[in-house]
Structures are given as C-alpha cells and as structure tokens.
Design a binder for this molecule. Structure first.
Ligand SMILES: [Zn+2]
Length: 77
C-alpha cells in the first residue's frame, strides 16, 4: 500500500484515502482520493498500466486533493 499524506475531507473532516480501481470495460486503471465517510472524491486519473509502477500518479492525486482541501472550495475545478 502506497502512503501519501492527505488532508482531511473538506466537507466532513474525516480521513481520506487513495484508491485505485481497474475497470475491465475501459481496460484502464483509475486512481483517485476518496473520503472514508461522505464519499467526496477527487478527479480520477486514468492510466493504462498499474499505477503502482508509476507512483508519481499518487503524488498528483494527493496533491490535487490537498489543494482542494486547503482552498475549502470544492466547487471550483
Ligand atoms: Zn467527507
């Protein structure tokens, strides 16, 4: 499991976590940050290969989430 420092959810203050899903029908991996309580989530980052071999993707996803958490304005993207 790849750990990245994540800020609390800007909506409810719960812990957030990075997830990766493989979608067969897209033949792609999706990496995103998701709140463990209210299901708020960051934008999804699509890759054609397992992001475990490209850990910079986790940095990008975590950075996006943290910027949003800091701004406190999730509506602007
Ligand atoms: Zn939340």
């Amino acid at each position: 499991m790849i750990e990245r420092e994540l800020k609390k959810c800007p909506f409810c203050g719960a812990d957030a976590e990075i997830k990766t899903e493989y979608r067969d029908f897209k033949r792609a991996y999706y990496t995103f940050v998701k709140c463990s309580r209210c299901y708020a989530q960051s934008r999804m980052y699509k890759t054609l290969y397992d992001p475990k071999v490209a850990p910079e993707l986790f940095d990008i996803a975590a950075g996006n989430w943290n910027r949003r958490a800091k701004d406190g304005d999730p509506a602007t993207e």
